[in-house]
Design a protein around this ligand. Structure first.
Ligand SMILES: Cc1cc2nc3c(=O)[nH]c(=O)nc-3n(C[C@H](O)[C@H](O)[C@H](O)COP(=O)(O)OP(=O)(O)OC[C@H]3O[C@@H](n4cnc5c(N)ncnc54)[C@H](O)[C@@H]3O)c2cc1C
Length: 453
């Protein structure tokens, strides 16, 4: 089976590695960027994603560039504790939670793909422009000398040259602005914006709390998130008593900022420091962290409306192209990795059943592929649709908004305003929906399945 993956982001690369693990050999990744550089800031890989990376054989390499938070703690905008829970191994998972620099993690996956499939496995500098479904090509290898139905992807480079690739399956992992999603949903337009602005950066700051805690403070209008990062290629080791952190400061946009603004650019920290001027807690100096940033990048908080279908012909959407989520819950990359592993699981099942194996030149064994793609969508689309709805309602961060609504000026003890059981229920229900409740994750069967036993 020949598989073309559009996009060498986290989802596309995880798909290539998952297919490689399953035993598929004819896998090509094509990426729009002409060079892959370690772009981005920190992201969290939750234990369900780390399990999949572990089963792909990458546990040690990823851990070597990661920090492993042992606790997640929520506070109100006065710095008072709302909810706190252990994370990763400290919470009884068999796998840690890992905070990584997105760009370093992406390059690690790039290396792993090249090692598995060869140096040319990732084609750079080609932008997918569209897919034709079910193109009939003659196939001399078939007993009847018959016809084989293929997906045909067209790419363009900066010079205007065209590349055309035929494949049995196409995976569109081309991100939140996916060209393939747009082709299938021509009226959809730009991702909807909820008018929150995000400022993201890294800074070396005095170690706070126990040095292993991811914190979130604030509410739905204004929020601050910080978590430790390892000192990797993108930053020098922090001196004794200091920690390199990734942070996200968030605030509703003032009137006048519109959706056509120029995003993802570096901004002056001073006005953002000012917005958080009175967030000086005895355990963390928030304006001090923002002021210490190496660089601050501005983003709109956008996502995508859930779709009614992800599969068009034998092309499927995956990752942000299928279900971009708000960052509440820190789950976007983890969900893309789950998509990748689930897709490979079902395609391997089809191949193992003799329907679409890597060595079958013979069949337009499309029905097995169609069934595998349908099974992937059935596993992943309803789950991510539900998660999208929860994420739009703040996901696990709803505890901070409840604390604000019930006690805007703060409280002596959070349990005076939110019962422990309600806090626990919010935390648990999100974990179940996202697929990382510890009991369920530790017990669920593996998504590793081979083309051949
Ligand atoms: C503020 C913020 C914080 C976040 N924090 C977290 C977090 O803590 N944990 C978490 O799990 N997730 C987080 N995420 C989400 C996470 O970054 C994404 O969900 C994840 O990167 C999705 O991977 P992807 O491969 O689907 O898309 P991307 O990583 O966007 O990759 C898409 C790739 O496709 C390429 N491409 C685009 N168009 C084309 C084309 N036409 N042809 C060829 N190639 C193309 C792009 O260049 C890119 O390389 C956060 C997101 C934001 C905005």
């Amino acid at each position: 089976m020949k598989i073309v993956i559009i996009g060498a982001g986290l989802g596309g690369l995880a798909t290539a590695l998952s297919l490689g693990r399953a035993g598929f050999e004819d896998v090509t990744v094509i990426e729009r960027a002409s060079e892959l550089r370690p772009l981005g800031v920190g992201i969290n890989l939750l234990p369900h994603a780390v399990r999949e990376l572990t089963e792909l054989g990458l546990a040690e390499q990823v851990a070597a560039i990661a920090a492993a938070p042992g606790r997640l703690a929520y506070f109100n905008r006065h710095g008072q504790p709302v909810w706190s829970e252990p994370r990763g191994l400290d919470a009884g998972y068999q796998w840690p939670q890992l905070s990584v620099h997105r760009g370093e993690f992406q390059l690690l996956l790039v290396e792993a793909v090249r090692e598995r499939f060869g140096a040319d496995a990732i084609g750079l500098g080609w932008r997918a422009t569209g897919v034709e479904h079910g193109v009939e090509v003659s196939d001399a290898t078939r007993a009847s000398g018959g016809i084989r139905r293929q997906e045909r992807v067209r790419f363009a480079d900066a010079a205007g040259d065209e590349l055309v690739l035929d494949a049995d399956v196409v995976v569109a992992a081309d991100g939140i602005h996916s060209a393939i999603r747009a082709q299938a949903n021509p009226g959809e337009g730009a991702p909807p914006w909820n008018r929150l602005l995000l400022w993201r950066g890294t800074a070396v700051v005095p170690t706070y709390l126990d040095g292993r805690t991811m914190i979130m403070a604030g509410d739905a209008e204004q929020k601050f998130v910080a978590y430790p990062l390892a000192a990797g290629a993108t930053g020098e080791a922090a001196p004794e008593g200091f920690t390199r952190v990734n942070f996200i400061a968030e605030r509703r946009a003032p009137e006048g900022v519109d959706e056509t603004a120029d995003w993802n650019h570096a901004v002056d920290p001073a006005p953002i420091v000012e917005l958080f001027a009175d967030w000086r807690f005895d355990w963390l100096d928030v304006p001090g962290v923002i002021a210490a940033a190496d660089e601050i990048l501005e983003y709109p908080m956008v996502d995508r409306d859930p779709l009614e279908r992800w599969i068009f012909g034998r092309t499927t959407l995956l990752g942000d192209a299928a279900h971009a989520l708000y960052p509440n819950g820190s789950n976007g990359a983890s969900q893309a990795i789950l998509d990748a592993r689930t897709l490979a699981f079902h395609l391997a099942g089809a191949a193992a059943a003799g329907g679409a194996g890597d060595d079958t030149d013979d069949a337009d064994d499309g029905s097995a592929i169609d069934a595998a793609l349908a099974a992937y969508e059935a596993d992943r689309r309803p789950a991510t649709t539900k998660l999208s709805g929860m994420t739009r309602q703040l996901g696990p961060e709803r505890v901070m908004q409840l604390a604000y609504e019930r006690a805007p000026q703060g409280f002596a003890d959070v349990h005076d305003v939110i019962p422990e059981a309600e806090l626990q229920q919010i935390a648990d229900s999100y974990k179940v929906a996202a697929g990382f409740h510890p009991d369920r994750l530790n017990e669920r069967s593996s998504l590793t399945r081979a083309v051949r036993a």
